[in-house]
Design a protein around this ligand. Structure first.
Ligand SMILES: [Zn+2]
Ligand SMILES: [Zn+2]
Length: 452
């Protein structure tokens, strides 16, 4: 909080206004995504839609209950319990809590009678349900929770009805701790993403858009160690670790001018000493390092690390560089072939889904779904909950996510995910094209070893 006499600076919105105008112009000219593939039989798609509509009351209850009772990363016990309860009540499927090594993670699965992993495909539907400290569900994960549950319920009930010829397996994965963590990568160590052919989820946003840029992110902790001394009596006997952090901080600022435009480095100095009269002998920095591609994230990581060593050298201190206290998140590799099926389904709900590239890349953040999307083909489309001027992680967005717009998005999103997943199981040509796009984008990557 600013002090008594301090006031916050006023910040021009001129650039944001330009971006908004540019987005509006691109939107007006944009063609919605389209697909050449038939997907699932019409009767199956109608069955899925009808089931989600029947379950709408329960999906609304998830949206409202989580919103009123937000739980932060790794502490989502009541949220996870509610999701498990709704799934079991509506499908009879057993839900495992504490799946894949995370106490608040969930897993359930349903397969068709003749399921054979050699011949049939498996698709996962994901829910997130963690909130932000203080501002609650300002990222709308209460809506994500409901979309995943709604989709899984519809898919499971279509399978149990026996009315479809389509074969395959559907897995529900409740994935905790997206905010500031990488819960999905923690789950990866316990096999969450093995045996899958595709993974689908959606995220609330200001627009309906099939794909936006989510850049990769690594966390870096740096400790400089110097020599303490009396800052007045014998400063020449000291080696100043705060100077090292200060130089590193300045050098990051200079580095920014020579970075690719979508790269980001943010730093804070979390420990800079104790008393002005003591030369600081230990200082600590924390940094986020972000980039749009795995290989550019690797390159940026090396440049930042060299800055830290340079700052230590200039100040005659030593440095310890610790990467990725939480697992790194790679950029999201959205599968546009499958995304087009999401767009087709949302269009049936009266939403016009924008193609990839409409939202300026400069507005990018990061998500742990990136690590899923480089292991298996995945979609992470955005569904309109707020208005275009409402940014994620604000109180305004939290209000929208907990209200009628959040409830409507939960139903439409669940239908979109159910249709996309079932289309993928049903249509061999679609599935081949999805796998081809994934292979063309570089094939599978293992985030756990990529930066090693
Ligand atoms: Zn968020
Ligand atoms: Zn989010």
């Amino acid at each position: 909080m600013p002090g008594m006499n301090a006031s916050r600076p006023s910040v021009s919105t001129a650039f944001l206004d330009r971006l908004e105008a540019q987005t509006q112009a691109t939107m007006a000219a944009a063609e919605p995504p389209s697909t050449p593939f038939a997907g699932a039989p019409k009767a199956d798609r109608s069955h899925l839609t009808a089931t989600v509509e029947e379950a709408a009351g329960e999906l609304h209850r998830i949206v409202r209950t989580l919103h009123a009772d937000p739980e932060v990363a790794f502490e989502e016990t009541r949220s996870a319990a509610l999701l498990a309860e709704v799934i079991t009540n509506l499908t009879g499927a057993a839900v495992q809590t504490g799946a894949h090594g995370v106490p608040t993670a969930l897993r359930a699965e349903v397969a068709t009678a003749g399921f054979d992993p050699q011949r049939h495909r498996t698709v996962a539907v994901l829910s997130e349900y963690d909130a932000l400290p203080e501002i609650g569900h300002a990222c709308g994960h209460n809506v994500i929770a409901a979309t995943g549950v709604g989709a899984f319920v519809a898919l499971a009930r279509l399978i149990s009805s026996g009315s479809s010829q389509v074969e395959g397996k559907v897995v529900f994965l409740g994935t905790p701790a997206e905010e500031g963590h990488s819960g999905k990568e923690v789950m990866a160590a316990e096999g969450a993403w093995e045996g899958l052919d595709a993974a689908v989820m959606t995220h609330p946003y200001g627009y309906d858009v099939v794909d936006v840029l989510f850049i990769g992110r690594r966390l870096l902790r740096v400790t400089f160690t110097g020599q303490p001394a009396h800052a007045s009596a014998q400063p020449f006997q000291g080696r100043n670790a705060l100077d090292a952090a200060s130089l590193a901080y300045q050098a990051i600022g200079l580095l920014r001018q020579q970075m690719p435009p979508s790269d980001r480095v943010h730093a804070v100095i979390t420990d800079g000493g104790t008393r002005p009269s003591i030369i600081t002998d230990s200082s600590t920095m924390q940094l986020y390092v972000r980039s749009a591609y795995p290989e550019t994230l690797l390159d940026l990581s090396a440049r930042v690390e060299r800055i830290m060593h340079g700052a230590a050298m200039m100040t005659d201190t030593s440095v310890e560089v610790e990467w990725d206290h939480y697992p790194p998140s790679l950029p999201v590799r959205g599968n546009l072939t499958l995304g087009a099926h999401w767009a087709r389904s949302l269009a049936e709900r009266g939403r016009e889904v924008l193609p990839a590239g409409v939202v300026p890349d400069v507005l990018a953040a990061s998500t742990d779904f990136g690590n899923v999307s480089v292991r298996v083909p995945g979609i992470h489309p955005m569904i309109a909950v707020g208005t275009p001027d409402q940014a994620l992680h604000t109180r305004e967005f939290a209000d929208a996510a907990g209200g009628p717009r959040g409830e409507a998005a939960a139903v439409d999103g669940a239908i979109g995910l159910a249709h996309s997943a079932w289309d993928f199981l049903a249509d061999d040509e679609l599935a081949t094209a999805v796998a081809q796009e994934f292979a063309d984008a570089g094939g599978p990557l293992d985030p756990a070893t990529y930066f090693a």
